[in-house]
Every structure is written in structure tokens, then in C-alpha cells.
Design a binder for this molecule. Structure first.
Ligand code: MG
Length: 319
């Protein structure tokens, strides 16, 4: 399944992508499927993407049944043309901070070490940090730039894991059972703030609008080759990052094992899995994002996430 959250006249709706042109309204379609006896009326109607994820296999199976019935014209289509709706982040307001991993692609570690004149060392354990829910924005949303806060805004395309089943101390062998699906995150970073606050990541990674996320979640059954996908990013059409998810230093099962050690992962939690080489600050000279720049993240099989940088100054942040 390909799952989105879309907005029509300020109302948010969970949706399932039917085909290139249509998105079905999840809760309306679910209700119709229950009324026609296609889906058990004992199931609670999911009203959001988080409801769908938390509903586990029973709700996901029902959604697949509904999609198949709509595609074969056995259930009327309740939804919209994709051209009529605005997509927002698939989980518009995550319940927790977004978990992230730094230094997880070999060539990126090398370029970062060179740019910072540090020893080129592969981390022995994953480097974790988080981005707050207030940083999340959807596809085509503006990434706001306030030169009074930061003048060194950079991009990082990343494959995002969306967790399904809850778990703690998850072994690599069991890790895939805890993945609901995948999406794209641009880990936009204020490099000056990342460096200025004692070597921690939160401040430089946590500014409002610096977590573009989407446009959709693809379930793991439809992306079995998540560990061998081209992952790239362009700025104004110029390719800056071009890697493959097979080049992660810690693969996704290892990341889940390490993150979940003594730490409970819950349905709807998100993990951004690190960025390949080609970030702006490691270019010679460094290239920072500027007003009007159009940044497109592309992951094979998942899709494209495009956002525009807008220098609105402090006023927009105060709103
Ligand atoms: Mg990153």
C-alpha cells in the first residue's frame, strides 16, 4: 500500500493511493466497506495514518481488501483526484521526536571528516539524535530560512523507516517484523548551530520546517529491496547526492537492534537512516541553501520529495 495524508479545505484525511490519479478517502471507504459486508464491522474505522499503523494486521488486511475491491470496481470509489488535493506529511505531527542516525554512509563519513579536519573513523556504534515533531513539514512545503538564526542551511536525503509493531531489545532477525513501511526525509541541518552548541546535534537539526517528510509511506511488503535502492538529491536540478541504501555502515536491522536496546519503539515512530555523500558543507567551497532553491529528494521505489527554501526572516517563525 501507498499511504498519504491529504488536505482538502483545511481538513486532513488519511488516504490510500489507488492509481496514478486517484487517492481514496480511508475512513469513508472503510465505512462503505463495512456497510457492504466486505470488511468486518467489528473493526474500528481508521481516521488517520497513525490509526492505520496502530491497527496492526487486521486493519492493514482490511485496507488491502478495500483497495482491491475499488480497483476491480466491486466497491464504489470514495475519494479525490490527486490533482484536487494537497499532500501533507504522511504523519503530519509525529507523537515523538523523529529518531535519526548520523554518519551512516562510508563516503559521507569521509567527506565530513575532511571538511571538519577530523580523523576519518567509522563509528563503532550508530550515532543517534532526534528532530522534534515541530520540525516536520510535508511535500512542497517551504523550508523557512531566518538568517538571524542560521546562515548555513544544508540538506541530507534519507530513507525513513516507519515502525509498526511495538518492541524493545529487538534482534536483527526480528527487526523486519517491526517495520510498517518506508518514506523519505530531508534531514535539513543548520551546520553553524550543529557545531556551536557543544558538539550535540539537536539544536542544529531541530529548527522549525527542517524535517520535510513524505510524500507517502510505502508498506514493507511493497519494498522488499529497501536495502538496495538508489537514493539521490538535487538542488535546482543539479544532482548533489547519489548513493545506494546498500552502502549503509549499519544496515536497518542493526540500527533497529541498537536503537531498541532498552528503548521501546512504538507504532508510528520514525527513524531516518542517514545520508549518503554530497552534502553542501563538504563541497569545496561549501554550498549553503538559499532563498528560492528547490531541493528534490528521490528514492527508488518510494518517490520524490520536493521543497523550496524561503528566506522569510524572523517574521514567519513568530507567526
Ligand atoms: Mg542526517
Amino acid at each position: 500500500m501507498k499511504i498519504v495524508t491529504y488536505q482538502v479545505e483545511r481538513q486532513l484525511h488519511a488516504g490510500l493511493i489507488v492509481d496514478d490519479n486517484r487517492v481514496l478517502n480511508l475512513s469513508e471507504s472503510f465505512q462503505a466497506a463495512q456497510q457492504s459486508g466486505l470488511v468486518s464491522s467489528e473493526l474500528a474505522i481508521p481516521h488517520s495514518v497513525l490509526d492505520l499503523i496502530e491497527g496492526g494486521a487486521a486493519i492493514s488486511d482490511a485496507c488491502n481488501t478495500i483497495l482491491a475491491a475499488v480497483r476491480s470496481d466491486d466497491l464504489p470509489f470514495h475519494g479525490k483526484d490527486l490533482s484536487q488535493v494537497t499532500l501533507v506529511a504522511p504523519i503530519p505531527r509525529p507523537r515523538k521526536n523523529v529518531f535519526c542516525v548520523g554518519s551512516n554512509y562510508r563516503a559521507h563519513v569521509t567527506e565530513a571528516s575532511r571538511a571538519q579536519a577530523k580523523e576519518d573513523k567509522t563509528p563503532k556504534l550508530p550515532v543517534f539524535f532526534t528532530k522534534p515533531p515541530t520540525a516536520v513539514v510535508g511535500p512542497d512545503a517551504a523550508v523557512l530560512l531566518d538568517p538571524q538564526v542560521s546562515e548555513k542551511i544544508d540538506y541530507e536525503v534519507e530513507l525513513a523507516v516507519i515502525f509498526g509493531a511495538s518492541g524493545r531489545n529487538i534482534s536483527p532477525d526480528d527487526a523486519l517484523d517491526h517495520i510498517f513501511g518506508f518514506s523519505i526525509i530531508n534531514d535539513v541541518t543548520a551546520r553553524d548551530l550543529q557545531r556551536a552548541h557543544g558538539g550535540q546535534f539537536l539544536k542544529g537539526k531541530g529548527l522549525d520546517t527542517t524535517c520535510p517528510f513524505g510524500p507517502l509511506i510505502i508498506t514493507i511488503d511493497e519494498l522488499p529491496n529497501f536495502d538496495n535502492l538508489r537514493i539521490s538529491l538535487s538542488v535546482n536540478g543539479e544532482t548533489r547526492q547519489d548513493g545506494n541504501t546498500k552502502d549503509m555502515i549499519f544496515n536497518i536491522p542493526r540500527l533497529i537492534e541498537s536503537l531498541s536496546e532498552g528503548l521501546t519503539l512504538e507504532p508510528g515512530d520514525i527513524l531516518a537512516t542517514g545520508t549518503p555523500s554530497g552534502v553542501g558543507y563538504a563541497m569545496e567551497p561549501p554550498h549553503w541553501l538559499a532563498d528560492g532553491d528547490v531541493v528534490t529528494c528521490t528514492i527508488e521505489g518510494v518517490g520524490e520529495l520536493t521543497n523550496t527554501i524561503r528566506n522569510t526572516g524572523s517574521a514567519e517563525f513568530a507567526a
